[in-house]
Design a protein around this ligand. Structure first.
Ligand SMILES: [Zn+2]
Ligand SMILES: [Zn+2]
Length: 440
């Protein structure tokens, strides 16, 4: 095992070599700003880069047109890295366009550079093992990794790494909430809403009654449950009794059991509404996510590497650029070393992967303090020099962590041991029907 200063110097050199390619990819993906499941060029940009660096690329991966897998090396151990590249609506420079309001232009690239650096390292040092990059589309709709996992993705890894751009430097060990995304479609019967209302059966009424029932249900669920809905279709004209309606729910909670239970009760609300309105209801679980299975050993590897490389540093020019965008211009300059952070109320599909392999990750500062996520101001910052510095720092941390796991049996065994103990008796349920096509 190498000493830290030697390891740090070598990884820095290996990552630095990729800097030009990384900047080009990040800015191209930023310009493309492709919506979830339409990230054709963005995914190809990263896949091409990996192929050019000795990775065997499988593109697309199974039923996901913009997912891919890239492998380098052979044998054991197998270390994975997760990359994302989808953009968000209404976050583009111009109104009503897609933009990188979550910084995924940096996310997918940093993981790819980390994978290349780790691949070059083990080749140089003749260390056995494999590096696998997972090109994961549609994170924002919580679809990508859920469907990839259903289709057999993320198997066979000894450990896996991820990261996310942020305004803070921290370890992501507690993850987000488990989630169900469920569409309820009601079918009724049209008729003249004034001349023959008695002949009509309103699908809109059903959706509204269902939502009222669900709002009463809120009193009787655990505190951490989050339920939110939108009516996607509610009829076309007031004088035609709506024959079709669609109401879409997210249910979130701290674990799968609680989500399953609340979802079951929401289904009863739907059936009750259908009975009351003499309509029919069709139920489709569009996607479903697990909560994070924590792995302290993985969190520690990533923290050790974060501390080895340090947080990205902001200078006067970065502060000036942030101020020009209307921000105060302060940047995080420390690493939050708390490994027991609170579980988030939002969800991420990374957490599903944590049940298939020991997962570790971090947040690296790429935007200034007080920047609102999923917003244009975030998108405008993730193409600035500071964001690119954060991205390259993430590559170093990921490469360093991957190398530790590949080359130090003790570190890997600890992570695997913890994972095996925590998943004893657990069988992965993909939660989504086998042949169901992903929709954004
Ligand atoms: Zn994101
Ligand atoms: Zn996001």
């Amino acid at each position: 095992m190498m000493k830290n200063p030697e390891k740090k110097a070598l990884i820095r050199k290996l990552v630095k070599k990729e800097e030009k390619a990384a900047h080009e990819m990040a800015s191209r993906i930023w310009e493309l700003a492709e919506p979830p499941l339409k990230e054709r060029e963005s995914s190809k940009t990263i896949a091409r880069y990996l192929a050019g660096n000795g990775f065997r690329v499988t593109w697309p991966f199974k039923m996901m047109p913009t997912a891919f897998m890239a492998e380098r090396g052979s044998g054991k151990p197998v270390i994975g890295l997760l990359g994302e590249y989808d953009a968000l609506p209404d976050c583009g420079e111009k109104a009503s366009t897609y933009g990188h309001g979550c910084g995924h232009n940096l996310l997918g690239v940093a993981s790819a550079v980390g994978a290349v650096a780790a691949g070059n390292f083990i080749e140089k040092k003749k260390i056995p093992g494999k590096v696998v990059y997972w090109g994961c589309p549609a994170e924002e709709t919580l679809v990508g990794k859920a469907y990839m996992a259903r289709d057999g993705g993320f198997r066979g890894m000894d450990a896996c790494l991820c990261w996310h751009p942020s305004s803070v430097n921290s370890i992501r060990s507690s993850g987000g909430s488990a989630l169900d995304s469920v569409m309820f479609e009601f079918r009724g019967k049209t008729s003249h809403a004034a001349a023959s209302p008695e002949s009509g059966r309103s699908a809109l009424d059903a959706a509204i009654i269902m939502d009222v029932s669900v709002n009463y249900l809120r009193e009787h669920v655990p505190e951490d449950v989050r339920i939110h809905s939108v009516i996607c279709d509610g009829g076309k004209a007031p004088n035609v009794v709506p024959e079709y309606s669609r109401i879409w729910y997210y249910v979130r909670s701290k674990n799968r059991d609680q989500v399953d239970n609340v979802s079951r009760r929401i289904l009863l609300c739907a059936k009750g509404a259908a009975a009351a309105t003499e309509t029919e209801v069709k139920v489709t679980r569009l996607t479903a996510i697990y909560n994070r299975l924590r792995n302290q050993a993985m969190a520690q590897v990533v923290l050790d590497n974060f501390q080895l490389f340090g947080p990205p540093a902001a200078g006067p020019a970065d502060r000036e650029r942030a101020r020009a965008l209307g921000k105060k211009g302060n940047f995080a300059d420390k690493i939050n070393t708390d490994l027991d952070g609170r579980q988030g109320r939002a969800s991420t599909d990374d957490d599903t992967v944590s049940w298939l392999a020991p997962l570790g990750g971090c947040s690296v500062a790429c935007v200034c303090n007080g920047t609102v996520g999923h917003n244009r101001e975030y998108a405008m910052q993730v193409k600035l020099p500071f964001a690119y510095r954060g991205m390259m720092r993430a590559s170093e941390i990921l490469a360093g962590s991957a190398i530790d796991l590949l080359s130090d049996r003790k570190i890997l065994d600890k992570a695997v041991g913890e994972f095996v103990a925590a998943t004893k008796g657990f069988r992965f349920d993909p939660l989504i029907p086998k042949k169901q096509r992903p929709c954004p």
